[in-house]
Design a protein around this ligand. Structure first.
Ligand SMILES: [Zn+2]
Length: 161
């Protein structure tokens, strides 16, 4: 279902997640691609310094609001290693961005955390993107990236213990 270009952009999002992990942040990465296939911006999680809103999807939504016309935003795609959280899904919806492709779902991430023995609830309810931004076209998970993303999260969790 995903094109070769989709895979290339997803590969980059997962690479950014790995860079985030290696920099001491949580392993999430995202890429913003225009309707005609150009990479416009990319970012990775930057929560390590203590600001838990520094999710790449949120930063890309704000970048898009500053640098793109509404029509350009509607035609763009955000590739991301993990499904948007409600904060990021809302930002994506508010700025009118187009399609989202994610490698692993919030449900998978939650299950992995439980399996790793994570305690304590997230302060934000883990709603699926479409419960927050119902008009956004969403594709995911992408099974071929699952093992790699799972491993990044295992490493991140092991480090926090
Ligand atoms: Zn988020």
């Amino acid at each position: 279902m995903l094109s070769e270009a989709d895979h290339k952009h997803m590969r980059r999002a997962v690479e950014l997640a790995r860079m985030a992990l290696e920099a001491g942040d949580d392993p999430f990465g995202s890429v913003l691609v225009s309707g005609d296939g150009k990479v416009l911006a990319e970012d990775r999680n930057r929560e390590g310094k203590g600001d838990a809103t520094r999710h790449p999807e949120f930063d890309l939504a704000r970048w898009a609001a500053t640098h793109m016309t509404p029509a350009e935003r509607a035609g763009a795609t955000v590739y991301t290693s993990g499904e948007h959280c409600p904060m990021c899904a809302a930002a994506h919806g508010w700025v009118g961005l187009g399609r989202i492709v994610y490698a692993v779902s919030s449900r998978q991430l939650r299950q992995w955390r439980a399996e790793l023995g994570a305690t304590g609830d997230s302060p934000v309810r883990p709603l699926p993107i479409q419960d927050v931004a119902p008009f956004v076209k969403v594709e995911g998970p992408v099974p071929e990236f699952e093992d790699e993303v799972h491993e990044l999260h295992r490493r991140a969790f092991a480090r926090k213990k």
